[in-house]
Design a protein around this ligand. Structure first.
Ligand code: NAP
Length: 258
């Protein structure tokens, strides 16, 4: 039985499906009490059930991470219910409408940036405030992507938002290093989740993207969640301000999605 997060309180945004849901369950298996955030209530309740089935304790708080008041309430409710916040995974995100810049709408740009980038900033702001109040450190992982490190044809807003998450991660890490709050990012390659199910509706896209992963398959949510749990644990105690790539070899080679 893993105990890396024994006695800790963990938060996962975007915990209603995919990588976030898997991480909520792994947080619980590692011994943490878990707060799950997202907009869809039935899916949030399903995640809570999965956490309970894994022997954990969890709270779902309906939250839109692009809204400051909702994120502030989320952190308040986490602290009210479990007394503190030790670890957080700022994972909520959308893929946006994939199209070339010349055809991209201002509305889609604004929405993607509001959720993927402003949402992470808002979460950091209120999580760090809570951790500073507690005064005994903490660990935060932000969800970036391989497209936070290189461009992605047709995904300008998404890629820009994920590049922004890496800059935010470095800045937040520097600002809080002396307080013992470690802040890192994870950069997954393409991983099998409802998000990629939507992207892979066009078989040509799926085939092209698969060919960019030297390992010969897409990632599994649990493979990303394992990296997140490790970064949140004391085993990663000297790591802050970094972006950990978990991508089946995607960035090791010259391929890029087309
Ligand atoms: N799958 C991949 O290949 C891949 C690769 C690299 C990075 N990522 C990143 O991984 C993260 C999770 O994605 P996924 O692949 O697991 O897809 P997913 O199953 O679609 O999960 C996205 C999650 O984000 C939540 N979310 C979206 N907008 C939100 C908002 N405004 N407020 C709160 N929660 C919101 C969704 O919950 P609600 O709809 O209930 O709000 C859902 O739980 C995303 O940030 C994505 O960019 C994914």
């Amino acid at each position: 039985m893993a105990t890396e997060l024994e006695g800790k309180v963990g938060l996962v945004t975007g915990g209603t499906s995919g990588i976030g849901r898997e991480t909520a369950v792994l947080f619980a298996k590692a011994g943490a009490k878990v707060v799950v955030a997202g907009r869809r209530v039935p899916e949030g309740e399903e995640t809570i059930e999965l956490v309970r089935a894994a022997g954990g304790e969890a709270l779902f708080v309906k939250t839109d991470v692009s809204k400051a008041s909702e994120v502030e309430t989320l952190i308040q409710k986490a602290a009210e219910r479990f007394g503190r916040l030790d670890v957080a995974f700022n994972n909520a995100g959308i893929e946006g409408a994939w199209s070339p810049i010349v055809r991209q709408s201002e509305e889609d740009w604004d929405r993607t940036i509001a959720i993927n980038l402003k949402g992470v900033w808002l979460c950091l702001k209120y999580e760090i405030r809570q951790m500073l109040k507690q005064g005994d450190g903490g660990a935060i992982v932000n969800m970036a992507s391989i497209t936070g490190l290189v461009g992605a044809v047709g995904a300008a807003a998404y890629s820009a938002s994920k590049h922004g998450v890496i800059g935010l991660t470095q800045t937040a890490a520097l600002e809080n290093a002396k307080s013992g709050i470690r802040i890192n990012a994870v950069c997954p390659g393409f991983t099998e989740t409802p998000m990629t199910d939507r992207l892979f509706r066009i078989p040509k896209i799926q085939k092209n993207l698969l060919s960019c992963h030297p390992i010969g398959r897409f990632g599994r949510p649990t493979e990303i969640a394992e990296a997140v749990v490790w970064m949140c644990s004391e085993r990663a105690s000297f790591m802050t301000g970094q972006s950990l790539v978990v991508d089946g070899g995607f960035l090791a080679g010259p391929n890029s999605p087309s």
